[in-house]
Design a protein around this ligand. Structure first.
Ligand code: SF4
Length: 439
């Protein structure tokens, strides 16, 4: 069952305004589009320094940074849009355990009460039951939206570092993103699939440099690692410093919460009830979650044929070498995915991105030196709170890792630039000839 009574949505949204937190570039937009398809006036929130400042002003000061950031972006949107709070729903998932994430929705409720916004609803589905509080039709579509967001991010990160025409990847991806939002709003998943295939084909043929770059695995707390505003655009920074980033996907958390149900049922419910629960989770995973994921990866194969995720059991097995699975939450995933990035995917280094004072982030940071020794690859643990420039810590490591590739990259770049300038000279000459030498 869902944790908060407001979390249940049982039918069309009656035009209520729903705000979606600005956690991730594609996820926020696609989630809003899915909610629009079932009758909500859903809007993706945006964030910047001023919304974060507003959030910090209205929270206690000790919260981890996703809390003031989400709260501030909502408060700014409410002030800007002047919507009656009684018509507003704030989408704020929650989770179990000692982690503060379970408290975000409760703190938001207190802030709303202080402002006299009693009528505002918080839709707060829980990771505890793999988000069962959400209406099944919407839940299925949201899963599609989550997988496609992961795919769009991966397509970008796989191609952008190699683009010859600066900005061409972002431009192409953004055009398709807009079309995908429209397709999700219309509930047209076939069209979404067609667009995934088309964007992958188009990105695959954009002019690109061939010289390799060191692959850097990015793990850590799901909100901060996925949010370019809060992590100072860590993946783009890796690219600027000569690398290619592979960010652990959002879908990992869903596979984890689903698999956790199986582990808990095995341990706590040995009877028929537990067996039924495990069977149901197995069915869901095999015939829905895995199938949807494979479907989109197939469609994006032109670019992502070598960027598949590993089964969640393998991630947990690696993490369990340092923490038991009963230590629920992100720490096991962070450790396990980091190990697999190096062992199986060929990553040359790991970035562990966490909010300042994050509980799982602090735990993993204390364990990573041991894993670093085992993997023989550098692990950079960065903590973010919206201030300073934590990504400076990447500079020396990336300098060392990119060194072997730098000469080849520079040669290719020179060749491309001289080719471009020859092409432009030819074009100019043709134009001069055509105008009879007047221009
Ligand atoms: S995982 Fe870290 S950042 Fe997220 S709520 Fe928990 S303590 Fe805060």
């Amino acid at each position: 069952m869902a944790r908060l009574e407001e979390s249940k949505i049982s039918g069309p949204g009656d035009g209520k305004v729903m705000y979606i937190p600005p956690m991730e570039h594609w996820g926020t937009r696609f989630f809003a589009a899915v909610f629009r398809s079932i009758g909500y006036d859903a809007r993706g929130l945006t964030e910047d320094a001023s919304t974060l400042a507003l959030g910090l002003k209205n929270t206690g000061g000790g919260e981890c940074v996703p809390c003031p950031s989400t709260t501030g972006s909502l408060l700014a949107a409410m002030e800007r849009d002047q919507v009656d709070p009684k018509r507003v729903i704030f989408f704020m998932p929650t989770a179990c355990g000692p982690c503060r994430f379970g408290q975000y929705a409760k703190l938001d409720r207190m802030i709303f009460e202080r402002k006299g916004w009693d009528g505002i609803q918080i839709m707060s589905p829980s990771a505890e039951n793999a988000y069962e509080g959400i209406d099944i039709g919407a839940r299925l579509k949201l899963y599609h939206a989550m997988v496609v967001s992961d795919i769009m991010r991966k397509l970008t990160h796989r191609t952008r570092p190699y683009e010859m025409d600066k900005g061409s990847v972002d431009f192409t991806v953004e055009n398709y993103t807009k079309d995908m939002e429209a397709a999700f709003s219309n509930g047209d998943l076939d069209e979404v699939g067609r667009l995934v295939e088309a964007v992958s084909r188009e990105l695959a043929v954009l002019p690109k440099y061939r010289a390799p770059r060191p692959l850097i695995g990015v793990v850590g707390e799901i909100y901060v690692r996925s949010d370019p505003f809060l992590n100072n655009d860590v993946c783009r920074r890796i690219e600027e410093l000569g690398g290619e980033a592979w960010l652990a996907p959002m879908g990992e958390w869903l596979f984890y919460t689903s698999h956790l149900q199986t582990l808990l049922a095995k341990e706590q419910r040995p009877g028929l009830g537990g067996l039924f629960r495990r069977f149901r989770t197995w069915l869901e995973t095999k015939f829905f979650f895995n199938r949807v994921e494979h479907h989109y990866y197939e469609l994006a194969a032109d670019v992502l044929h070598d960027r598949h995720e590993h089964p969640i059991q393998d991630v947990i097995a690696e993490g369990e070498k340092f923490l038991p699975w009963q230590f629920e939450g992100e720490a096991v995933l962070t450790l396990g995915r980091a190990a697999l990035f190096v062992k199986r995917d060929g990553a040359k280094a790991i970035v562990n991105a966490s909010p300042m004072f994050c509980m799982p982030g602090t735990v993993t940071t204390s364990i990573f030196p041991a894993l670093e020794k085992e993997l023989k690859a550098p692990i950079i643990c960065n903590f973010y709170d919206g201030s300073g420039n934590p990504n400076q810590s990447l500079v020396p490591v990336m300098h060392y890792l990119s060194e072997p590739y730098r000469a080849e990259q520079a040669r290719e770049k020179r060749e491309y630039e001289s080719h471009t300038s020859r092409r432009m000279t030819r074009k100019l000459n043709k134009r001069v000839l055509a105008s009879g030498g007047d221009s």
